[in-house]
Write a protein that binds this ligand. Sequence first.
Ligand code: ADP
Length: 536
Amino acid sequence: MTISEMCDSLGAALISMLDGELVYVRLTDAEGELNAETAQTRLGPAGGIIPTLRRSLGSWLAQRNVGHGKTANPFGSGTLTIASADIGSRWGRIVIGSEAAEFPSASQRLLLDVAADQFSTALWRRRAEDAGTRYRATVNGSSEFIGIANLEGSTDYLNAAGRLLVGLGTADQLDGRHVLDFIAEADRDLVKKSVLPVAKRSGHWSGEFRLRHMQSGADIPVFADVFTIDHPRTEHPRNIATICRSVSGIERSQLQLRRTNEDLAERLALLTSELADVRERLLAEASERGRADAIGREVQLELYQAMRIGAAGEMAVNIAHELSQPLTAAANSLGAIRRTVASERPPAETLELVGEAADQIRRASTILRRLRGFIGHGKSTPRLEDVAAILDDAVGLAMVGASALGVRVAVHYDPDVSHVYVDRIQVQQVIVNLVRNAIEAMADSVRRELTIEVTRTPDDMIEVAVADSGPGLTEDVADRLFVPYVTTKGHGMGLGLAISRSMVQANGGDLTFGPGEGGGTVFRFTLAPRPPRRLQ
Ligand code: ADP
């Protein structure tokens, strides 16, 4: 029955129940716009008189709850008694006219009001049914999976698209099935432990899971919205509804977009880890460099030792010559002793000879000890050393064979100076180098004097000055004296001074040079008298 038909039958019922001449029912919407209207007379529906009724009953229609009154009969002579009633609070009005003078009696008035109320109720119900029908049609015609279950998870409803998606033929195949029956095995835990509890607690869950095709058992990936439906009166959750969109359908592009985003995120993560790798490699290279530096330092120490061995090699001839003298002397002395002892009456000089032999052998062994000490083992460490002992050994070694060349050496010590904090072998190497350079420089000089002076400087360092009486440095050599491989000697390497300076600097001092007072050259280097503060 349409709304207009409902109006018509209401009109007809009122005419007969209230014994009226005419009835006009008018329904409007919330904005007052006309929805439906009907006019009835004793003779039946009278749509033709509606325009006249609208005009003559205008004031009755415009005002609410007017009750009743009289008006001129629009269709005859005399007056009509009019009664009106509102249909609910918003639906419209019923106006009824009667020729009876006592109209409306109390019972007629009551009947009119009851009819208006019932018609209002019928309209509400009708509207709800219409809405329900519309919703059902919408839900059932939707292309998305729409299912409704009770709070325990037993399914009440699944629309046609939903049934199609999961392979259920008819609605009755739904009976007794649990929500989880529609979920792919692998996602059941997720739905059971997370989706449903979250939806019940917060009213809504949305995300992805896989449905299960009831016949093939295949997984169906979907985006789902799961939400509760409240009871209209108690407003407590009564049902759980699920709307799913198959990922393979409309959402494919969204999924691709999301995958692209995920890919980007993955690539970013990859890039980040590559960067971390690069950083690690750089760090490894840095530590490799550190190791290389350490190796470099070791190589440098080996070079130093090689230089010393080279120098020792150069000195070897002289050393051999120098050793042969004391050893020969010792041998002679011992021969004499042997002869004397053979006669069994040792004269007084026998003891002298024995003493002399012992001296010579001690001399030879001193030279050998110095040589051994000078060559060292490549590694030595700084410590507090006696300056005089270092100088005696180094100068003694460097001077081997030089006395024969007429070189005289004088060493002067400042009484204040006793110890230095140095790497003994390195300092000896510097001294040997400087002394040998000086001896070589004086080769053509008439005066061959070497003076070594040990003093304390104003800034509390120990200075060793090695002065010779040679020709002095030429300007060209002086400019590049510490540049490696600068040499004026046929057999020289030009490394001695460069290495000497770096060794002195490594021991906390510096190596400088200048012209000597009476000609020649003075090389000065400084040494620390004690360990650096942080080591003390
Ligand atoms: P090398 O002795 O192998 O040449 P050095 O670095 O020890 O290497 O010396 C470099 C050069 O400096 C020498 O070749 C020499 O010309 C010059 N030189 C060094 N010491 C003196 C000195 N006391 N007097 C004059 N020239 C010197």
